[in-house]
Design a protein around this ligand. Structure first.
Ligand SMILES: Cc1cc2nc3c(=O)[nH]c(=O)nc-3n(C[C@H](O)[C@H](O)[C@H](O)COP(=O)(O)OP(=O)(O)OC[C@H]3O[C@@H](n4cnc5c(N)ncnc54)[C@H](O)[C@@H]3O)c2cc1C
Length: 337
């Protein structure tokens, strides 16, 4: 049963769920904090970080240096590894006790799992995968911008009658904050009792495979369908430039590029200094993933390809010849050519 006093008028403060893994705060949490600080400055609301886990003192100490006004910590032995059930139980308890107005989470596998479960148990709305967040100047409501129908529609969603207003944002959408506090933010540890039934999952082992993370790449060489059969050449170019490899969905669906390398709406939002896009037509679902690159160089044999509208430098040619020539140049003279 939801506390009836948790009304829009009662709710206060902006909270960011601080995701962490192996003692490291997730980059997306720092990105969300930067945006949340912008919103908090506009509304005058306090900004809090929500840290959930077990034996998280070191992360809490690090998080308390971040640009937030207070840090709320929930620690319990049943929260030692992420399980959506136990984390949602803990988050629900603390949210109902503290009444944040807004709760933001990263649209990561953990964040998505937690946000959906929490939204349902709190009986509030969740705007998932926002591409931007703002406050309605008329009433201060959180506005989440999301694209729908394959990117053909941009919708702005608000949650007027239920609290907290919840939203998830994917990694890379916002720039992370480097702002640090002069002195640590107050840390508030909320005691919580979690029944064993709140964690029906028994974690017997944590087997993890390291996967590429192109969201942080400074340089990206992207393989589109036009690079089919030319992956070794794309790899050679990426190697010469110390760049990561990205791919369009066609390349991923065809199975010659890994899923975590997909750039775009249903892939990763990147913000490299340089993106060399080889043989991609430039569908909007793809280009949203490189919108924030400092420089885009596009190689495409079709002079009418939409990718050229996005590119800073356009090369109309067969990518095989161009990439081969580039690799030869870089190998002969280094990447400073
Ligand atoms: C809901 C939804 C979500 C989606 N999410 C994503 C997403 O996250 N990421 C994504 O990438 N796509 C996404 N898509 C798919 C997207 O709409 C496009 O279909 C896809 O991006 C096209 O990939 P492509 O540019 O590699 O292939 P194509 O559109 O087939 O383009 C290939 C290009 O290569 C050029 N070319 C061919 N041969 C050569 C050559 N030898 N030299 C130079 N150029 C050559 C061609 O001129 C052409 O322009 C999504 C679609 C939907 C509906």
């Amino acid at each position: 049963m939801i506390d009836p006093s948790y009304t829009p008028a009662e709710a206060a403060g902006i909270w960011v769920f601080l995701e962490h893994d192996r003692g490291q705060l997730a980059a997306v949490s720092l990105e969300m904090l930067a945006k949340a600080r912008e919103l908090a400055s506009q509304s005058g609301a306090p900004l809090a970080g929500l840290l959930i886990g077990h034996k998280v003192d070191a992360i809490a100490a690090e998080a308390s240096q971040l640009d937030l006004d207070r840090l709320v910590v929930v620690s319990h032995a049943l929260l030692d590894v992420f399980t959506a059930e136990a984390y949602a139980y803990a988050a629900r308890e603390v949210v109902l006790g503290q009444h944040p107005d807004i709760l933001l989470l990263g649209a990561t596998p953990y964040g998505r799992d937690l946000a959906g479960r929490l939204g349902v148990t709190l009986r509030t709305g969740l705007t998932a995968d926002c591409t931007d967040l703002s406050l309605d100047p008329a009433n201060g409501l959180l506005l989440g911008e999301v694209s729908g129908f394959g990117g053909g529609v941009l919708a702005t969603i608000a949650c007027a009658n239920h609290r907290p207003q919840m939203a998830t944002v994917r990694p890379g959408v916002f720039a992370r904050t480097e702002t640090r506090r002069a002195s640590p933010a107050p840390i508030e540890v909320i005691p919580i009792d979690i029944p064993a039934s709140a964690r029906p999952v028994i974690v017997v082992a944590h087997d993890r495979q390291e996967k590429a993370d192109i969201s942080k790449a400074g340089r990206l060489v992207v393989a589109g369908a036009g690079a089919r059969g030319q992956l070794p050449l794309i790899e050679a170019l990426a190697g010469a430039l110390h760049a990561e490899i990205g791919a369009t969905r066609v390349a991923v669906d065809e199975g010659w590029a890994e899923r975590e390398r997909q750039v775009g709406q249903t892939g990763v939002i990147t913000r490299p200094k340089l993106a060399i896009v080889c043989g991609a037509s430039g569908a909007t679902q793809f280009t949203v993933g490189i919108d924030q690159a400092d420089m885009v160089i596009a190689l495409n044999s079709d002079p009418e390809a939409p990718i050229f509208e996005q590119a800073d430098l356009c090369v109309v040619d067969d990518l095989t010849e161009v990439v081969r020539a580039l690799v030869a140049e870089f190998e002969a003279h280094g990447e400073g050519v």
